[in-house]
Write a new protein. Structure first.
Length: 72
């Protein structure tokens, strides 16, 4: 579960993500940076499926994200 950190004024200042998500994302970023034919464009499709092995209730996660937007 992704967790957000807020300052005393309610502004997002940080984020905490599960270590397995960080490790997978970090490896993909390293691969992109070290690639010989590296492009400067960001390709979200490279990160497709990083949550696939996690047991998440996607409906609940979507509700949480909407609540974050409403709160701001």
């Amino acid at each position: 579960m992704v967790q957000y950190i807020y300052d005393s004024k309610g502004k997002k200042t940080g984020v905490i993500i599960p270590i397995e998500v960080w490790e997978k994302s970090k490896l993909k970023i390293i691969e992109m940076e070290s690639s010989k034919d590296r492009k400067k464009d960001f390709h979200p499709s490279l990160f497709r499926g990083i949550y696939s092995n996690m047991k998440l209730d996607l409906q609940q996660e979507a509700r949480k994200l909407r609540e974050e937007w409403v709160r701001i």
